[in-house]
Design a protein around this ligand. Sequence first.
Ligand SMILES: C[S@@+](CC[C@H](N)C(=O)[O-])C[C@H]1O[C@@H](n2cnc3c(N)ncnc32)[C@H](O)[C@@H]1O
Length: 325
Amino acid sequence: MEFGIRLKELRIEKQLSLKTLADTVNVNHAYLSRIEAGHISPSENVVRQIAKALGHDENELMILTNRIPPSWRPTIQKSSEINVVLNKVTVTEGISDIRPKRKSPNGKATNDLVFSSQLGNNDELFPKILSLYVKPGSNIADVTYGKGVFWRNVPSKLYKLHATDAQNGVDCRKLPYKDMMMDVVVLDPPYMHTPGGTAHNGHQNYENYYKNNVALNGSNKKYHEAVLDLYFKAGNEAYRILKTNGIFIVKCADEVCANQQRLTHVELINEYSSKGFIVEDLFVLLRLNKPGVSRMIRQIHARKNHSYFLVFRKCNGRSRWYGVN
Ligand SMILES: C[S@@+](CC[C@H](N)C(=O)[O-])C[C@H]1O[C@@H](n2cnc3c(N)ncnc32)[C@H](O)[C@@H]1O
């Protein structure tokens, strides 16, 4: 069923006029009318507001607007009333099954794909990576959970999340888990080095948030080497706690340190590959806003406005990745 038709159905059920619902959701009523007519697709935020205003299951509406990745749908459907609505779609598919079979290429034609680069924020890209690499119900250790931004758009019951962070006294280099017990490890440590004693206030705040000073992280390495040291040691620990074929999702960014270009993502791929991980994917996230302006006499290197999500698999011999099943 199409989103617009369902929306109209629900609105009428609740005896709300277009104008009343539009006012509650804080959009123009002409815009809402175009959504109902199927002329435009609402943003994720508007879908959420509509679900709230109608007191209706947000997941169902997200699925109808194609906002939930296909691999998550069966799990979400199972646990909710939305089967009723989605079954209407299944019936149509059933009809097409009885037609005489013609030779046709495998797979469905679709634009509903996960792409390797994206303009936006972590909380928009991270769920897509999960949908591609992580089976619902998996045990996931997010070992640098921070404020949990990655998880903002991930339905809470979809995975078994084990969230830890240095802020709660759990070091990602020494995790409280047994060997080979996790399906997935997520790592997003501070990826820029400490600028040092003369750093201005902005940098110090940044350091505070990212907790990247050498003392806290107990390494005698400095600057970019300290950043790498943490990634490498956390990588060893991830390898230990991951099951064979487990997935290791790593967030990082490159940096220029002492006028030297340090391609962190390459350094990590080299290191982790030498430790038994195989790199399965690389995602580039382009930030929406411009990076802050700093005083500069002459620009030497390009200012970075992108970061990466790398996806590794704890590999067993020459096995290949065939996707979540
Ligand atoms: C970039 S933030 C993570 C943001 C997080 N991914 C989110 O979605 O909110 C980096 C985090 O790494 C944590 N951290 C720094 N050193 C750590 C360590 N040795 N072990 C575990 N966490 C560490 C910091 O406390 C901080 O919360």
